[in-house]
Design a protein around this ligand. Structure first.
Ligand SMILES: Nc1ncnc2c1ncn2[C@@H]1O[C@H](COP(=O)(O)OP(=O)(O)O)[C@@H](O)[C@H]1O
Ligand SMILES: [Mg+2]
Length: 221
């Protein structure tokens, strides 16, 4: 297989509980299954991804998880990992802290999970977008930010309206794949697995679809 360009994909949001860790783990498993050498850098003090890595069984595809919450050291760490891996996935802290800016600036792809909730969600998204704009202006570079809707339920008009608003706001920056609310995501976390290693074909299909969205963007970029 052709050597892939080294990629840093970060999952970030200024809010907790939106799916950063869930997506980091599940996307990592899918990419590893596709023969990419993948690791996760856990930059969140709660260390959920690190514990997940420790729970992973021996028979599963290997995904190394490192911790790094020092904003002055993370860039060097990523550079070192470049030698060993094709893809580094960064699981970010759930607030606007100095390391969040570093993560955004180091990423080839920044993915923001969105929960289809009310006004508070919109405020956090706006805060994030303002920050991205100011970083882009300061560094004179475009930051490749994409959004993905998580825990979506198309039967709920709140969710449908939310998705429509996000489509209007972000256009192509809103990834076409959506993740639905599924027991599988919570279950696999406890087992140190990804849904691609579990018995829910719908969950597996939607994660593969998300990974394909990301690969398309990477290939274009
Ligand atoms: N699509 C989903 N369906 C069901 N549960 C989910 C889904 N996404 C995340 N969760 C659950 O929601 C909780 C928060 O997700 P997590 O990935 O830890 O968020 P974050 O890292 O952004 O704080 C976890 O218990 C996780 O298992
Ligand atoms: Mg987390």
């Amino acid at each position: 297989m052709q050597k892939q360009k080294f990629m840093v994909i970060s999952f970030i949001s200024y809010k907790g509980g939106v799916g950063k860790t869930t997506l980091s783990e599940n996307v990592a498993v899918c990419l590893a299954n596709a023969n990419r050498k993948v690791c996760i850098v856990d930059a969140d003090d709660s260390k959920n991804a690190l514990s997940w890595g420790n729970r992973r069984g021996k028979g599963l595809v290997q995904i190394d998880v490192y911790e790094e919450n020092n904003k002055d050291e993370i860039a060097l760490k990523i550079q070192e990992l470049n030698k060993k891996y094709d893809v580094v996935i960064i699981d970010s802290p759930p607030s606007q802290v100095p390391i969040s800016d570093m993560i955004v600036l180091m990423s080839n792809l920044v993915v923001v999970p969105l929960l289809p909730k009310g006004e508070q969600e919109t405020n956090t998204i706006n805060q994030f977008v303002r920050k991205i704009r100011s970083l882009e202006a300061a560094k004179e570079k475009k930051i490749p930010v994409y959004f993905v809707i998580n825990e979506y339920d198309g039967r709920t008009s709140l969710h449908k309206n939310f998705a429509e608003t996000m489509e209007k706001t972000f256009g192509k920056r809103l990834l076409p794949s959506r993740l639905h609310n599924r027991v599988a995501y919570a279950e696999v976390t406890h087992e140190g697995k990804g849904v691609a290693e579990y018995s829910d074909p719908k969950a597996k299909a939607e994660i593969i679809s998300l990974v394909n969205d990301l690969i398309k963007i990477i290939k274009k970029g």
